[in-house]
Design a protein around this ligand. Structure first.
Ligand SMILES: Cc1cc2nc3c(=O)[nH]c(=O)nc-3n(C[C@H](O)[C@H](O)[C@H](O)COP(=O)(O)OP(=O)(O)OC[C@H]3O[C@@H](n4cnc5c(N)ncnc54)[C@H](O)[C@@H]3O)c2cc1C
Length: 592
């Protein structure tokens, strides 16, 4: 049993440090095109600003979470210099943090001081030891992750539209937002493609018949997707120095105090934790602001003249709503929180891309790589009828290949840790398991309970996909010249052969691709009792002055790694919010 209640985790006591702001003060260099080294005076000003400003606590928009989605909104909304935006971010700035900015060091961040590190509850059918890494730093998980960058398939967005009651998210409307993204997204540079991965790609092609794809995103942009394919990933990075092109680097750095295009209307409250939302004194349905706590325990309320935009991610967005009394009434009362707005869907629909692992010892580890997981394979292994919404011509199984030993789960099961290894990690593109996030306590510092119900889906679809994946992995391992790199299969080992045994191993050794989503699901209000935000505008159903914009709004994860989809959701949200403001301006309507 995993202890979920013992640690206070990401709340104020352990995480928020200075309650500092990095406020963009008045500057003469707002339009300079050259980045400049901060002067001693600027460094002093920056230090002095490491306190919450006493006077300035009212802004047009207050964004909770300067992560992947929050960075996009902060940039897009401050393009209008007359609009003021506050960003409340639990972690520190990533500027100058080499361990964050150097993509190859991503593994150092897992479980570090920059990780909220959420455990799961006991998983009777799966692995109860999975830790969900969530980044506590500007840029959020895009400052933490491997930056594998896939646009969503057309079929993924059309499934949101036709299967999940989100007609305004059809691919024809949403794909153009992929062209706007500011990240530097390129296929892995040839000089960083190591020989094991090159031979693996070739082995996959030979063993499975999946065609080699040279640029996955070009294929998606031109053809809407593909059914099978193998190749090196598109990654958001600078191939010349291996540095990240995260949401923070691409959207925030240029407009931050020391960036070339600093914006005085952007106010960053770093290492500051959003405790709960506050409501209008006269109007209980109108969210007014956010009560925050700094690392040093300073408490303040930031007020939004227009709207609060919750971008705290799939774990912390529903968590914040629940601590504000927005959620399933019975659950709130169970932990002693008064229910302000009964919304049964908050925290429901928790899901992920679960994966398993098959490990081979190798003779050596070639050094060339971007971040040790540079290539992938997509296959279609089960009939369309296996899914509730059939997805013809879309893969249902994805593999990453790790060119390093990734043995956290297999060590615990007693398998050895080789010095050199490759790991194939089959994952489920559209998992059918649905879990729930709930509160363990009314104390906002206590980590929430994450019950993914891994492998509890009724037809064992998820386990069947992984069994197929393990079998394909072994066929791939038999192909020359790839097989010449291998010494022996470490896990699960040659004695595990039947579907039953493969399933048992795959579930016990299961891990996550770190893609939790869906906990503030969007949809058509009234059509589904678990809809949390209205698909038309991302507003929280039944409330005013609040929208949710991040991975939590996805009704179902896209087939592929979701970061670009999150960024596209945020780009569209920025359009919705600004259009709404313009219309109000034209009608001279008040922000009630
Ligand atoms: C290790 C890892 C590897 C991954 N690899 C990939 C990959 O290669 N490709 C891919 O597509 N996806 C990948 N993902 C998933 C992807 O990064 C996420 O789905 C996506 O970044 C989520 O964006 P978000 O805006 O929803 O949340 P986040 O980016 O997590 O942003 C949430 C932000 O809110 C802040 N916050 C939360 N609560 C509060 C609060 N109460 N007060 C103040 N601030 C708060 C957090 O500090 C954080 O900065 C990976 C994720 C991880 C963790």
């Amino acid at each position: 049993m995993v202890d979920n209640k013992s640690k206070t985790g990401p709340g104020p006591d352990t995480n928020a440090v200075h309650g500092q702001t990095t406020e963009a003060g008045p500057s003469s260099s707002a339009t300079s095109s050259q980045p400049k080294t901060p002067s001693a005076r600027e460094r002093l000003a920056s230090l002095a600003s490491h306190l919450l400003p006493q006077g300035n606590t009212e802004f047009d928009y207050v964004i909770v979470g300067g992560g992947t989605a929050g960075a996009v909104l902060a940039d897009r909304l401050t393009q209008d210099k007359d609009v003021s935006v506050a960003v409340i971010e639990g972690g520190p700035s990533d500027v100058g943090l080499d361990r964050v900015l150097d993509l190859s060091r991503w593994l150092e961040l897992l479980g570090s001081d920059l990780d909220y590190d959420y455990p799961t509850t006991e998983q009777p059918m799966g692995n109860s030891h999975i830790r969900h890494s969530r980044a506590k730093v500007l840029g959020g998980c895009s400052s933490h992750n491997t930056l594998i960058s896939f646009r969503p398939f057309n079929a993924d967005l059309d499934l949101w539209a036709d299967g999940y009651g989100c007609p305004s998210w059809r691919s024809s409307a949403i794909q153009p937002y992929g062209d706007r993204l500011k990240l530097n997204i390129v296929p892995v540079a040839p000089q960083q493609r190591n020989q094991v991965a090159r031979d693996w790609v070739q082995a996959c092609e030979t063993a499975t018949g999946a065609p080699m794809i040279r640029d996955f995103n070009a294929q998606i942009a031109h053809n809407g997707g593909f059914q099978q394919g193998v190749g090196f990933f598109n990654i958001a990075y600078n191939p010349y120095d291996g540095s990240r092109s995260s949401a923070s680097v691409a959207y925030l750095h240029p407009i931050m105090p020391h960036g070339p295009y600093r914006r005085n209307n952007l106010h960053l409250f770093l290492e500051t934790w959003a405790q709960r939302l506050t409501f209008d004194e006269k109007d209980p349905q109108r969210v007014r602001g956010v009560a925050v706590r700094t690392k040093h325990g300073l408490e303040k309320t930031l007020t939004a003249r227009r709207e609060v935009l919750v971008c705290a991610g799939a774990v912390d967005s529903p968590r914040l709503l629940l601590h504000s009394g927005i959620g399933p009434k019975a659950d709130l009362e169970k932990v002693g929180l008064p229910c302000r707005h009964d919304l049964p869907g908050v925290g429901e629909n928790l899901h992920d891309h679960p994966e398993s692992i098959i490990i081979w010892e190798t003779k050596e580890t070639p050094p060339e790589t971007v971040m040790s997981s540079d290539a992938g394979l997509f296959l279609k292994v089960l009939p369309d009828s296996a899914e509730p919404f059939p997805m013809p011509s879309v893969p249902d199984l994805m593999f990453h290949i790790y060119q390093i030993p990734f043995t956290d789960n297999t060590n615990r099961m007693g398998y050895p840790h080789p010095d050199h290894a490759i790991c194939m990690t089959p994952n489920i593109c559209r998992s059918q398991a649905r879990g729930k996030l709930s509160l363990a306590s009314s104390d906002p510092a206590v980590k929430p309970l994450l019950n993914f119900r891994y492998f509890e889906d009724k037809d064992s679809y998820d386990a069947k996909i992984l069994v197929e994946g393990m079998k394909w992995a072994r066929k791939i391992a038999q192909q020359s010249p790839f097989k010449e790199h291998l010494v022996r299969e470490i896990a699960p080992g040659a004695h595990i052969q039947t579907d039953e045994d493969l399933s048992e191993y795959a579930r016990r050794a299961a891990h996550t691709v770190y893609h939790p989503a869906g906990t503030c699901k969007m949809g058509t209000p009234g059509r589904d009792a678990h809809v949390v935000v209205d698909e038309r505008d991302l507003r929280v159903v039944g409330l005013r002055g609040i929208r949710v914009v991040d991975a939590s709004v996805m009704p179902i994860l896209p087939t592929i790694n979701p970061m670009l989809t999150v960024l596209m959701v945020a780009e569209r949200a920025a359009d919705l919010i600004t259009q709404d403001a313009w219309q109000k301006g034209i009608r001279r309507a008040q922000w009630e």
